[in-house]
Design a protein around this ligand. Structure first.
Ligand code: HEC
Ligand code: HEC
Ligand code: HEC
Ligand code: HEC
Ligand code: HEC
Ligand code: HEC
Ligand code: HEC
Ligand code: HEC
Ligand code: HEC
Length: 462
């Protein structure tokens, strides 16, 4: 539309009155429509389509509502383009036609929504690359189309600043919305004055939504707003970068969540997670055949699964990379205020620590989402799997000898020597004292600020 305009504008240089009048008329009609007045053409359509309970049956007996609320349309951004801006194929001389081949309601929507591309090609391209579009192409009809998130006949200006409760994601991801609404972000976002905390699209994007637990995009989103987070954690968490790699943010910030260790198949040469080949899924069947008893992979089974994956490529190409994360999607959104975040080292670095009681192995499926298979918790400290999961504890690879000691202790404990918590606690206490001393020496100011009150230093309030 804009380009047609530009063409006309260029033309005005040698113009006669008729065209000038046309442009004037066109401009007026756009502005008056934008003010909530319907054009005569649109009124013609609405003569039939504003009737309530106007509907027709589709292929599987579902009803398609043909009722378009004229008032909503008049107030919408698309009033300016008019009904035929999107329904160009409708010729009133031949409309309505009832002879059309019957299709399902969903196929109807999928066909109609293609029209958005005409004017919003940019959004369409972003959307085409999203997990939602991928799912839809794979035949998952529950995944959203443009028209599921934007009701085409009533889109208002400023979609982005709509109230939290109206976010389009809510209709399909209800449990996640509930968890989010109670989270530290949801609590702030829900207040009329406190609109800066992120809503779904601020972390996941609206159109280019990707699978949540592959890649670093979500962590990057967190750190994009919380620019000082890395520095703040460094004051108490040793090797923060390593922790941020191996522990997801919600694993510490959703204190009531159930945590688990996810061992992810990783290609050490390409430096990326191993993905299933399109069309030839192998992970599930290989895991099943290795896990003959169906009790979850044990250390030997894990070893043979890895061997399978290494058969095609060079030896040792496929390895496992551990990550501590929460067990469900809803739990990832139960973020609490910082005072409740997990800080005690021994909630993780202790033999028998809760997060290490549940273990899964995962691979990336063709649509980008991870596929999980259960493993027995013993794989983490069995002597057999030192090779396969050794990287998780960074044995030998760490400058800090403490972890090597820790690893050996875990290992010993695994094969039955009860070396108690006392030793570990003692080791950690010494280590922590050292960090505390360093911190006080280097950052006396940050320290006094941190202890002078929890929320008073938050960026939005200052
Ligand atoms: C005389 C009444 C009438 C008018 C005027 C009218 N429609 Fe319709 N329209 C119908 C009926 C009846 C159907 C259902 C046809 C069927 O059963 O397939 C329909 C169906 C539709 C559909 C759904 C098409 C489909 O694939 O099933 C669209 C879109 C539509 N109309 C748009 C418009 C537009 C845009 C205008 C104005 C340019 C308009 N209509 C004017 C009666 C009308
Ligand atoms: C911004 C583009 C756009 C405009 C403008 C628009 N429509 Fe639609 N319309 C659509 C899309 C997309 C659908 C398919 C929605 C769906 O079923 O998911 C649709 C569907 C319909 C249907 C079939 C019912 C349905 O839900 O599929 C009717 C009837 C209709 N439109 C009438 C109108 C009338 C009358 C106007 C003007 C008052 C109008 N439309 C303006 C995009 C538009
Ligand atoms: C004929 C051109 C045209 C078509 C087709 C079209 N739009 Fe639009 N759309 C517009 C115009 C013009 C605006 C107003 C732009 C502005 O105000 O900056 C707009 C604005 C929007 C907005 C922005 C609302 C906001 O936050 O300000 C959304 C969302 C939107 N359209 C969605 C859709 C969807 C979904 C479809 C397909 C059902 C569609 N559009 C089809 C022309 C179109
Ligand atoms: C999963 C839900 C979802 C789907 C699917 C979706 N959108 Fe959006 N869209 C949003 C949200 C949410 C916003 C608000 C912007 C934001 O917060 O980033 C938005 C904003 C927009 C805007 C206004 C952008 C701006 O910068 O003002 C346009 C235009 C738009 N969408 C068009 C489309 C079109 C066209 C499609 C289909 C290709 C589509 N959307 C599919 C959720 C969706
Ligand atoms: C019409 C329903 C619908 C709407 C609306 C919708 N989604 Fe989805 N979404 C799905 C379905 C179905 C899946 C695939 C199954 C699943 O993971 O729940 C999915 C998957 C996802 C995934 C990938 C899940 C994973 O395992 O990694 C993310 C992230 C996501 N949606 C975010 C959003 C966001 C953000 C919005 C709003 C901007 C939104 N969705 C709106 C239906 C929807
Ligand atoms: C090992 C557990 C752990 C991990 C992993 C972790 N955090 Fe934290 N985080 C905490 C604790 C504990 C605090 C509170 C520290 C304090 O107040 O002394 C905190 C504080 C914060 C704060 C408040 C900072 C301030 O200004 O006071 C933010 C924001 C934050 N974390 C974000 C993140 C993000 C983003 C990630 C992921 C990249 C992350 N955290 C990973 C435990 C963790
Ligand atoms: C503060 C950032 C943030 C906000 C806001 C947010 N999410 Fe998430 N979302 C995440 C993180 C982090 C994960 C977990 C990623 C992982 O597994 O490492 C996630 C995971 C998901 C998943 C995948 C769940 C699964 O089963 O694996 C979906 C779907 C999703 N979010 C949808 C939403 C919806 C809908 C909203 C709004 C109600 C929302 N998110 C708000 C950060 C956010
Ligand atoms: C759009 C920006 C934005 C994004 C993205 C974002 N946050 Fe926040 N977050 C905020 C704001 C604003 C607050 C409230 C003010 C404050 O306390 O910093 C907040 C508060 C918090 C708090 C509570 C801090 C306290 O003082 O108690 C934590 C923890 C937190 N966010 C973690 C995260 C995590 C983890 C992610 C990613 C999954 C994330 N945030 C993504 C803006 C963001
Ligand atoms: C939420 C669980 C969790 C908490 C809390 C936690 N860690 Fe860790 N930490 C891990 C995991 C998982 C690794 C394994 C990283 C790897 O090697 O893959 C790790 C690794 C380490 C390492 C080795 C880093 C390296 O250089 O490879 C040290 C040292 C360490 N943690 C010390 C601490 C101390 C001290 C605390 C308390 C201030 C703490 N951790 C709190 C989970 C945690």
């Amino acid at each position: 539309m804009t380009s047609a305009w530009m063409g006309t504008v260029k033309f005005t240089r040698h113009l006669n009155f008729a065209v000038a009048f046309f442009i004037f008329f066109f401009a007026c009609s756009i502005s008056s429509q934008a003010a909530g007045v319907l054009s005569q053409d649109d009124k013609n359509c609405l003569e039939c389509h504003s009737q309530e309970k106007f509907e027709k049956p589709m292929a599987e007996g579902e009803m398609l509502s043909l009722h378009i609320p004229g008032k909503d349309f008049a107030a919408s951004v698309h009033n300016a383009v008019g009904c035929t801006g999107c329904h160009a194929d409708i010729d009133l001389k031949k409309h309505p036609q009832t002879s059309k081949k019957k299709i399902t309601l969903r196929s109807h929507s999928m066909a109609m929504v293609q029209v958005c591309k005409d004017c919003h090609d940019d959004k369409f391209k972003l959307y085409e690359g999203s997990i939602h579009a991928t799912l839809l192409r794979d035949g998952n009809e529950a995944a959203p189309l443009c028209s599921d998130c934007h009701s085409p006949h009533s889109i208002r200006k400023d979609t982005a600043s709509a109230p939290m409760a109206e976010v389009s994601c809510r209709q399909c991801h209800t449990p996640i919305y509930k968890a989010y609404a109670e989270s530290v972000h949801g609590q702030i976002r829900g207040k009329p004055e406190g609109g800066h905390a992120p809503l779904c699209p601020d972390c996941h994007k609206a159109h280019e939504v990707t699978a949540a637990s592959t890649g670093n995009q979500l962590k990057d989103a967190c750190l994009g707003c919380h620019t000082n987070a890395l520095a703040v954690h460094k004051t108490w968490l040793p090797n923060t970068d390593r922790h941020f790699e191996a522990v997801s943010c919600p694993a510490c910030h959703a204190p009531t969540a159930k945590r688990r260790v996810n061992l992810r198949l990783y290609d050490s040469i390409a430096q990326e997670r191993v993905a299933e080949k399109q069309g030839v899924p192998q992970f599930e069947s290989r895991a099943r055949s290795a896990d003959s008893k169906g009790l979850g992979l044990d250390a030997l089974a894990l070893q043979s699964l890895l061997k399978e994956f290494n058969r095609e490529g060079s030896e040792g190409k496929t390895i496992l990379r551990g990550r501590l994360e929460v067990s469900t999607g809803a739990e990832a959104h139960q973020l609490a205020p910082k005072a409740r975040a997990i800080k005690e080292c021994d909630s993780c670095h202790r033999e028998g620590a809760a997060p290490f009681q549940t273990v899964t192995i995962s691979i990336v499926s063709p649509d980008g989402r991870p596929l999980h298979y259960g493993a027995q918790k013993e794989v983490l400290n069995s002597a057999t799997s030192v090779d396969s999961v050794g990287g998780f504890y960074a044995i030998g690879g760490t400058r800090i000898k403490l972890l090597d000691v820790l690893f050996v202790l875990t290992l010993l404990a695994g094969i039955g020597i009860p070396l108690g918590h006392m030793t570990l606690k003692w080791l950690f206490r010494r280590y922590l004292r050292q960090i505390e001393a360093e911190r006080q020496a280097t950052q006396p100011q940050a320290d006094s600020q941190a202890s002078s009150g929890d929320n008073s230093t938050s960026p939005t309030k200052s």
